[in-house]
Write a protein that binds this ligand. Structure first.
Ligand SMILES: [Zn+2]
Length: 326
């Protein structure tokens, strides 16, 4: 049996006004543009790798962020096979006896949506989640990104193998898998594709802004509504701290109901088309202590000039926040 580590790259519409998005958006949020895979034998030796670029047919123009991240553009994709043919190449390469492994559930969910959209229904082998196994093996409370996982295990990225190239990411995932040992345990982490949703701000509460700064200064962010009385609360002086480039948290005070934990979620569709949503719950003591600590750390890092540009970070926010049906 072979272990096959799969990683995909995908394109997204340029914006929500995009004609193709209006036509396909409900059925295809992300269009696959590269399949990358690494094959390991049952002793976990890497025996082969494959990279198949895919010529897009729904979202023809590659989103600048995707292009920057993946390096994939028309010079590669124009001559690439269409989805169905690319899939056939991949499945032929996989052979008969194999299991498909991915880092987290994004890839299998995007794969399933593309299979449905292109009306392809191959029989797939078991799909298992290396990221989930990693969390268990190393007793982590949260899922870890691939790069931090590599850092943790002391695996250095290779100079000529950039992240966000499907075959490179598959190789790095395979290296993490090799290090973990007990490979057959991966069968304890089966996964099912999740349904991707069309995240339309019109149908979801929130608003559109043109920059992170505008989001942070908006009324929704500075006077969030108390979940108990609905009256505007007042943001505490320390302001918001990032948990990730597209998630911020802060504290606010309602005159009647005390301290609130405020969460701001953002999604940059493009440089000046950013969706934001603010929600509040009553803060617990640990919430308050945590945010105060984060605010101090942020202040120190800012003073030391160690903070990356948060606007840029948001624009390049990793696809860790693929929109799923919760
Ligand atoms: Zn209140």
């Amino acid at each position: 049996m072979h272990y096959i580590v799969l990683d995909l790259e995908w394109n997204q519409p340029l914006n929500r006004q995009n004609r193709a998005y209006r036509e396909y958006g409900d059925r295809l949020i992300f269009e696959m543009i590269q399949i990358g895979a690494v094959k390991l034998d049952d002793k976990l030796a890497i025996v082969d790798s494959l990279s198949v670029p895919i010529h897009p047919t729904a979202y023809l123009k590659i989103h600048p962020r995707i292009r920057r991240m993946t390096g994939l553009g028309p010079e590669v994709l124009d001559e690439a096979p269409l989805f169905r043919e690319a899939l056939e190449q991949f499945l032929a390469w996989c052979g008969d006896d194999y299991v498909l492994l991915t880092w987290g559930c994004d890839d299998v969910s995007v794969l399933q949506q593309n299979l449905n959209f292109f009306d392809c229904h191959p029989e797939l082998p078991p799909l298992c989640d290396i990221q989930h196994m990693f969390s268990d093996v190393y007793e982590l409370k949260n899922r870890m990104g691939l790069k931090p996982a590599m850092d943790m295990l002391g695996i250095d990225p290779e100079e000529d193998k950039a992240f966000h190239n499907a075959v490179n990411d598959a190789l790095y995932t395979a290296m993490v898998f090799q290090r973990m040992g007990h490979a057959e345990d991966v069968f304890k982490y089966p996964q099912k594709p999740k349904e991707l949703i069309h995240q339309d701000p019109a149908g979801k509460r929130g608003q559109t802004v043109t920059s992170l700064r505008e989001a942070l200064e908006s009324e929704a962010a500075t006077q969030p509504k108390c979940p108990v009385c609905g009256k505007p609360a007042r943001l505490e002086a320390g302001g918001y701290v990032p948990q990730s480039p597209d998630k911020y948290i802060g504290l606010a005070r309602c005159a009647s109901h005390g301290t609130l934990l405020v969460r701001m979620r953002l999604r940059a569709h493009s440089a000046n088309d950013i969706w934001m949503n603010v929600s509040c719950v009553k803060a617990t003591k640990p919430n308050i202590a945590y945010i105060h600590t984060k605010q101090l750390q942020l202040e120190q890092r800012r003073a030391a000039g160690l903070l990356p540009d948060p606007e840029k970070a948001l624009l390049n926010a990793d696809r860790s926040s693929v929109p799923f049906e919760d």
